[in-house]
Design a protein around this ligand. Structure first.
Ligand code: NAP
Length: 304
């Protein structure tokens, strides 16, 4: 049958490519389908310092090494967006915007995207002052002035983390009540270098080569400019699971429901990485999911 693979992996981020390595080493035929570029969100990280063995590696180097490793083991990788999965008895039909492929097992490793503020220059200043990950990039702002935008637990925890590194942390929230936990808010209130900016939105980013300041607009219409070297955007994340609602269960935030075995409600469909319900979303747990999902997909195929 044309276009028939043992395993189709959707997403060429760390978990998808790790799954490909495990599947190829078990001599399964593997197609990875990726809508954008390989590497996933890790390519936005300038310096990875928390991955075992490599004390420092850029996100793009990490992703390129992983991509080459998967390719050299014989993984086929196509850059096409998957829009649907149909079940045909034990086989899965994976539909992209260009073609239809068939596989015995599917691993959905689409990750999730940072919700953006939608500001001009937001994309071009990523890595030059704009960040979506305080634990990844916070260390670059030692004794500098930074802002965090958002009112959920991520924003609160980011602000707390940054308050030990930066000289001042402006916590900017669009309401005067936080969505995140009160006990973290209390800890932040005890910090001398955290300034709360309520009822306000970041409305403009200033700077060309790097971020220099932000424009903040209050609900009452007053506008002020705050000089910051870093802006940490923590306004939620958007898992990329919408096209798979038919075959996997999603929680109220859109994350794929599965236990630690990466299995879903559909036999032969697995989820791996940041798009599934889990507590720790880090590079090391993403690659771990890839190994778990591929191992269970291989077992599933061998028992078919
Ligand atoms: P979140 O809870 O969805 O919060 C997003 C925050 O961003 C909200 O305060 C929201 O404001 C604000 N926001 C959304 N869009 C915005 C926009 N366009 N402009 C300005 N502000 C905007 O997201 P999260 O903080 O990433 O947390 C995601 C989930 O993980 C939550 O369930 C959270 O509890 C959980 N989490 C837990 C922990 C922990 O337990 N230690 C740590 C981190 C995250 P509004 O409040 O006005 O809607």
């Amino acid at each position: 049958m044309n276009n028939l693979y043992d395993i189709i992996i959707i997403g060429a981020g760390p978990s998808g490519l790790t799954a490909a390595i495990y599947a190829r080493r078990a001599l399964k035929s593997v197609l990875v389908l990726e809508a954008k570029s390989y590497g996933g969100q890790i390519i936005n990280t300038l310096d990875i310092e928390n991955y075992p063995v490599e004390a420092h590696i850029s996100g793009i180097d990490f992703a390129t090494k992983l991509y080459n490793q998967a390719k050299n083991l014989g993984t086929e990788i196509k850059f096409q967006k998957v829009v649907d999965i149909n079940l045909n008895k034990d086989l899965k039909e994976v539909i992209t915007t260009k073609e239809k492929y068939i596989s015995k097992a599917v691993i959905i490793a689409t990750g999730n995207e940072n919700r953006k503020l939608g500001l001009l220059k937001e994309d071009t200043l990523v890595g030059k002052g704009v960040s979506y990950c305080a634990t990844c990039d916070g260390n670059f702002y030692k004794k500098k002035s930074v802002a965090v935008v958002g009112g959920g637990n991520t924003a609160l925890e980011d602000a707390l983390y940054l308050s030990d590194i930066a000289s001042v942390v402006y916590l900017i929230h669009r309401r005067d009540e936080f969505r995140g936990e009160e006990k973290t808010v209390s800890k932040l209130k005890e910090k001398d270098n955290v300034e709360f900016v309520y009822n306000s939105n970041v409305t403009k980013l200033n700077g060309e080569e790097k971020l220099e300041s932000i424009e903040v607009t209050n609900k009452d219409g007053t506008i002020k400019e705050i000089e910051v070297a870093g802006l940490f955007i923590a306004v939620g994340r958007v898992p990329e699971n919408e096209n798979f609602r038919k075959v996997i269960d999603l929680d109220e935030n859109g994350y794929a429901k599965s236990s630690e075995d990466c299995k879903t409600k559909t036999n032969g469909i697995f989820v791996a990485g940041d798009n599934r319900v889990k507590e720790v979303r880090q590079l090391v747990t993403a690659v771990s999911d890839g190994a778990v999902a591929a191992t269970n997909a291989i077992k599933y195929i061998n028992n078919m």
